[in-house]
Ligand binder design. Structure first.
Ligand code: DGL
Length: 273
C-alpha cells in the first residue's frame, strides 16, 4: 500500500499555527507544509485568483505524495475548497481528499454559543465570501452571525508587531465595531490563521463573558475524528513523525519568520508553483 505525508497548505506562515496543534495531537504522522509566501496575502485577492493558486498548490502536494491536504488558510477554504472538492477532485484522483477549516469551526461554535449570537473575525476575502454565515445557517439556522474584516491584523502579525501598542489600536477598533453590530455575541471565531497570535490582546479587550475560539485545537481534533471515521484514508498516511516545510519564497526568509508561528526545527526547501 502506498502512503504519503499529510499536507498542510497556507498562503504563508499563519498555517503553521494550525500545523503546530495538529502535530501536538497527531505526532505519529509525517507532514509536509507548503506556504505560498511569494504570493501572500490571499485575503485581499479575488475568488478566481485564490481558486487558481490554491488548486496549483493542491495539485503539487498530491504530486509530492500526499493523499490528504488540509487547507489551513481560511481564505482558501472560503473561496476555493468547494470548487476543488466538487469540480476538480473527481478528475484529479477521487481517492484523494482536501479538507478546510471552516466546517470544523462551524460545527464547534454551534455547541459553544448559549446566546445563539456568534461573531467572526476574518480577512476581507473570508468575510466577503460569507462562508461562515452560510455554513452556520445550514447547520444551526437559529444562530445570528455577525462578521468583522480585520485587514490590519495579518500585517501586524507578519511584521512581528502583534505584541506592540500599535496592535492595541487595531484590535480594540475591530472588537468595538463587531460588538457595536451585535451586543449579544457570546462566542467569537478567530477565522484566520494569523489571529491566534493576537489572542492574548483580543482577550484583554473583550468582555470576559465572550469565548474566543482559535482554530488550531478545533482543526486538529476534527482531523483526528476524520481519520478515525475514514480508516481507508488513515492507512494512506505515513507515520514517522517527520515534518518538511516548503515555501514559494526564499528559504532564508521563511526560516526567519516561521519561528514566530512554529516551535521546533525547520527543515525548509524552496518550491515553485
Ligand atoms: N491565511 C490567510 C487566512 O487564514 C491569512 C493571510 C492571507 O491573507 O493570505 O485567511
Amino acid at each position: 500500500m502506498q502512503q504519503g505525508p499529510i499536507a498542510v497548505f497556507d498562503s504563508g506562515y499563519g498555517g503553521l499555527t494550525v500545523l503546530d496543534k495538529i502535530r501536538q495531537h497527531l505526532p505519529q504522522y509525517d507532514y509536509i507544509y507548503l506556504g505560498d509566501n511569494a504570493r501572500t496575502p490571499y485575503g485581499t485577492r479575488s475568488f478566481e485568483v485564490v481558486y487558481e493558486y490554491t488548486l496549483q498548490a493542491v495539485q503539487k502536494l498530491f504530486d509530492m505524495g500526499a493523499y490528504l491536504v488540509i487547507l489551513a488558510c481560511n481564505t482558501a477554504s472560503a473561496k476555493a475548497l468547494r470548487s476543488i472538492q466538487q469540480r476538480d477532485l473527481p478528475h484529479i484522483d477521487p481517492a484523494k481528499r482536501v479538507l478546510g477549516v471552516i466546517r470544523p469551526s462551524v460545527e464547534f461554535v454551534g455547541k459553544q454559543t448559549i446566546s445563539q449570537h456568534v461573531g467572526i473575525f476574518g480577512t476581507v476575502g473570508t468575510v466577503q465570501s460569507d462562508s461562515y454565515p452560510l455554513e452556520i445557517a445550514k447547520l444551526f439556522p437559529g444562530i445570528t452571525v455577525v462578521q468583522e474584516a480585520c485587514p490590519m491584523w495579518v500585517p501586524l502579525v507578519e511584521n512581528n508587531e502583534f505584541e506592540g501598542e500599535g496592535a492595541d489600536y487595531f484590535v480594540r477598533k475591530n472588537i468595538n465595531h463587531l460588538l457595536g453590530k451585535d451586543s449579544l455575541i457570546d462566542t467569537i471565531i478567530l477565522g484566520c490563521t494569523h489571529y491566534p497570535l493576537l489572542e492574548k490582546k483580543i482577550q484583554q479587550f473583550l468582555p470576559a463573558n465572550i469565548k474566543v475560539l482559535s482554530q488550531g485545537e478545533i482543526v486538529s481534533k476534527s482531523l483526528s475524528d476524520y481519520l478515525y471515521r475514514h480508516p481507508e484514508m488513515e492507512e494512506k498516511c505515513s507515520t514517522g513523525g517527520n515534518v518538511h516545510f516548503f515555501t514559494t519564497e526564499s528559504v532564508e526568509k521563511f526560516r526567519q519568520t516561521a519561528g514566530v508561528f512554529f516551535k521546533g526545527a525547520l527543515n525548509v526547501e524552496h518550491l515553485s508553483l
